[in-house]
Design a protein around this ligand. Structure first.
Ligand SMILES: NC(=O)c1ccc[n+]([C@@H]2O[C@H](COP(=O)([O-])OP(=O)(O)OC[C@H]3O[C@@H](n4cnc5c(N)ncnc54)[C@H](OP(=O)(O)O)[C@@H]3O)[C@@H](O)[C@H]2O)c1
Length: 275
C-alpha cells in the first residue's frame, strides 16, 4: 500500500517506536495523526517530522488511562477526519513504569490492562465506521512476545501482582482481541493484525525496567511499518507476527471460549453495546 495521501492514526507516538513510525509515515507522504499525553513532546516530534520533509502532523492529546479521555480522542478524530486508512494501537506502559506496585486507571481498572489493552479495544470499535468507510484499511495492534494467560477470576490482578504479569496479560489480551476482531471484520475490507515489534528496543519503557536494550527502534518500527503498508500482508488478518514473520502466540489466544469471555468483559468495562 502506498502511504502517499493516506491518513494514519498512531497512539503513543510522542516517544519510542511510535515516534519513529510516525516520522517514517509522514516522510512517505501520509497525513499522520500523532497522539500522546504531552504537548511539548508532540511539538518536538512535529518539528522533527517537518525537518525530515514530512507534512505537519496533527496532534491529539489524551490520557488513555481514562476511558472518558479515550472516547474524547475517538470523537475528535471522527469529527475532524473524513477518512482513516490505518489505525496503529501502539501506546503502552511497560512492566515497571511508575514503579513495581499495582496501579489503577481513572476507572479503577488495573493500569496496564486499561492503557495497553482496553483503550485500544475501545478506540478500534469507535473508529470502525470511519475505517470501514475508508476500506481497504488496516488496524495494527502493537503487542509483545511477553504474554501471560488471563485468570478470569482475577483479571485486575488483585492477588499475586507483578508488573511483568500485568504487562504480559495486557499484551495477550491485545492478541486475543485481534483474532476476534478479524473474524468480525471478514469481508469488510478492514484487516487487523498484531505483532511483537522487536525485543527490548532502546525506548523509555525498556530503560524504566532497568533492562539493557537489545534492538533498535528502527528494527521494531520497520516491523510495524510492514503490517501498515506491506503488500504481502494486504489480505492477511487476525494474525500475530514476531517482527517480520508470522508466529504463534500463547495458547490462550486460540481458545475461543477465553476470547469470548474477554470480549464480553471488555464490552462491559468500556460500556460498548454487546453485539
Ligand atoms: N520497547 C520494546 O522493546 C517493546 C517490545 C515489545 C512491544 N513493545 C510495545 O511497543 C509499544 C511502544 O512501546 P515503546 O517501547 O515505544 O514505549 P515508550 O517509548 O515508553 O513509548 C510509549 C508511548 O505510549 C504513550 N503512553 C504511555 N502511557 C500512556 C497513557 N496513559 N495515555 C496515553 N499515552 C500513553 C507514551 O506517551 P507519553 O509520551 O505521554 O509518555 C509514549 O508515546 C508498546 O505497546 C509496547 O508494549 C515494545
Amino acid at each position: 500500500m502506498k502511504m502517499d495521501g493516506k491518513t494514519v492514526l498512531i497512539t503513543g507516538s510522542t516517544d519510542g517506536v511510535g515516534r519513529y513510525v510516525a516520522t517514517q509515515l509522514a516522510v512517505a507522504g501520509a497525513k499522520v495523526l500523532i497522539h500522546g499525553r504531552d504537548s511539548a513532546r508532540a511539538k518536538t516530534l512535529s518539528d522533527e517530522i517537518k525537518r525530515a520533509g514530512g507534512a505537519e502532523p496533527v496532534f491529539y492529546q489524551a490520557d488513555l488511562s481514562s476511558l472518558a479521555e479515550t472516547r474524547k480522542l475517538a470523537d475528535a478524530v471522527l469529527a475532524d477526519r473524513r477518512r482513516l486508512d490505518v489505525f496503529i494501537s501502539n501506546a503502552g506502559i511497560g512492566s515497571q513504569n511508575g514503579g513495581p506496585g499495582r496501579q489503577t486507571s481513572a476507572d479503577g481498572h488495573e493500569l496496564r490492562f486499561a492503557v495497553n489493552y482496553l483503550a485500544g479495544f475501545l478506540l478500534a470499535h469507535l473508529l470502525l465506521p470511519l475505517l470501514k468507510a475508508s476500506a481497504p484499511s488496516r488496524i495494527v495492534n502493537v503487542a509483545s512476545l511477553g504474554q501471560h494467560p488471563i485468570d478470569f477470576d482475577d483479571v485486575m490482578i488483585t492477588k499475586g501482582y507483578s508488573g511483568g504479569r500485568a504487562y504480559a496479560q495486557s499484551k495477550l489480551s491485545q492478541i486475543m482481541f485481534t483474532i476476534d476482531l478479524a473474524d468480525e471484520l471478514r469481508g469488510s475490507g478492514v484487516t487487523v493484525n498484531s505483532l511483537h515489534p522487536a525485543t527490548y528496543m532502546n525506548t523509555t519503557m525498556v530503560r524504566a525496567g532497568g533492562i539493557t536494550p537489545m534492538s533498535t527502534v528502527e528494527q521494531g518500527g520497520d516491523a510495524i511499518l510492514h503490517l501498515v503498508s506491506g503488500d504481502d500482508v494486504a489480505s492477511k488478518s487476525g494474525l500475530f507476527f514476531n517482527g517480520m514473520n508470522e508466529a504463534k502466540a500463547n495458547p490462550q489466544a486460540y481458545d475461543a471460549a477465553a476470547r469470548k469471555r474477554l470480549r464480553a468483559l471488555s464490552l462491559e468495562l468500556t460500556g460498548l453495546p454487546a453485539a
